[in-house]
Write a protein that binds this ligand. Sequence first.
Ligand SMILES: Cc1cc2nc3c(=O)[nH]c(=O)nc-3n(C[C@H](O)[C@H](O)[C@H](O)COP(=O)(O)O)c2cc1C
Ligand code: SF4
Length: 389
Amino acid sequence: MKNEKKKILFGEFVTGAGLVRALEMGPGKVVAEVKASNLKGRGGAGFPTGLKWELTAKQESDEKFIICNADEGEPGTFKDRLLLMEQAEKVLEGMAIAGFAIGARQGFIYLRGEYVYLKKSLEDAIASMINRRFLGQNINKTDFSFEVEVRLGAGAYVCGEEFALISSMNGYRGEPRNKPPYPSEVGFRDKPTVVNNVETLCYVPYIVTKGAEWFKEHGTQASTGTKLFSVSGDVKHPGVYELELGITVNQLLAEVGGEGAKSVQVGGASGLNVAEKDFDKSICFEGLPPGGSIMVFNHQRDMLHVLKNFMEFFVEESCGQCTPCREGNYRLLEGVRMLEKGECSVRYLKELEALCDVMKDSSKCGLGQTAPNAFLSIVENFKTEILYR
Ligand SMILES: Cc1cc2nc3c(=O)[nH]c(=O)nc-3n(C[C@H](O)[C@H](O)[C@H](O)COP(=O)(O)O)c2cc1C
Ligand code: SF4
């Protein structure tokens, strides 16, 4: 990784330039360029964006859809909100390019219920893009037409999971389902659908105009590009930072004024707790999980209290469909309460750790599969502190 500070999303941008370029290139070349850039989804799972588009483009269907996942509900994450507030045209342009690439004529922004106050400004941005012929009928006087509508969620974290999101948009309970089939085959209204994170879509106009090779100059070989981090907790300068993937925890802490931290929660509640001994590790897809949320804890923080907060969140947000997640999260929270009272033996703690492995292996969706991460990493890093209080 190069050391100089590079920025993409907070850099120069000309609305429409990426879309006009994409229309000249044609759908196949757009997919190939995004594939070559090695852009990976910024919504958490890190699936290659170009490949997702290619799989959906290949499907024969009279209708296809683009959904921008703006359900942003991971504790400590607020970077998509900033993009939606300040860079809505970039999000919309990314959606239009994605639509052109896969053969969709309609897109939706699935907006987190609590972000209802952004609906009006997003609709204004859509209207402004239509006026300039970057959205709507016959975009830039070509035969490509693409419309975007905003749909509101109702406050459930699990609806950010793409199957639950699609189920909610289809008018059913927002619950995950078994896969396959994937949304690229059976998505919104049972038609091929691409679901992409807000941030992922924002990189697309740049990749199309500046090229895959330019994008790959940022980040590491396996984790190309920059990443937005929502930084909160015991730091001098909380906020949204655009940093190169591959940055170490130490470098990030220096950037945000968080030196001397006791631990850092990387990747949100479902990510990993990182202790001081591992602050030299890199945040990237091949290292510490690069989900958008970074929570910094200083030496005054009680890590059992931090863990309790996370477990209460997962118990509240589990949709309850499958037993390992519904019961498992409850048992882990119960274990934390026992630890608080000094009633949890070392042996029982080991049993809870084994339960975490079962949850990871057998939960139906990412919520149950990742909920044990905070438990396992905090117990590993701070066993003495939490057992002998
Ligand atoms: C419980 C849960 C919540 C999620 N919430 C979000 C979210 O708020 N925003 C998001 O983009 N992805 C979220 N995801 C990931 C999505 O399922 C999906 O992988 C992502 O939207 C794909 O976009 P990407 O390829 O651009 O990352 C969530 C996953 C899980 C399991
Ligand atoms: S893992 Fe949890 S959130 Fe996901 S389907 Fe099962 S119960 Fe629902």
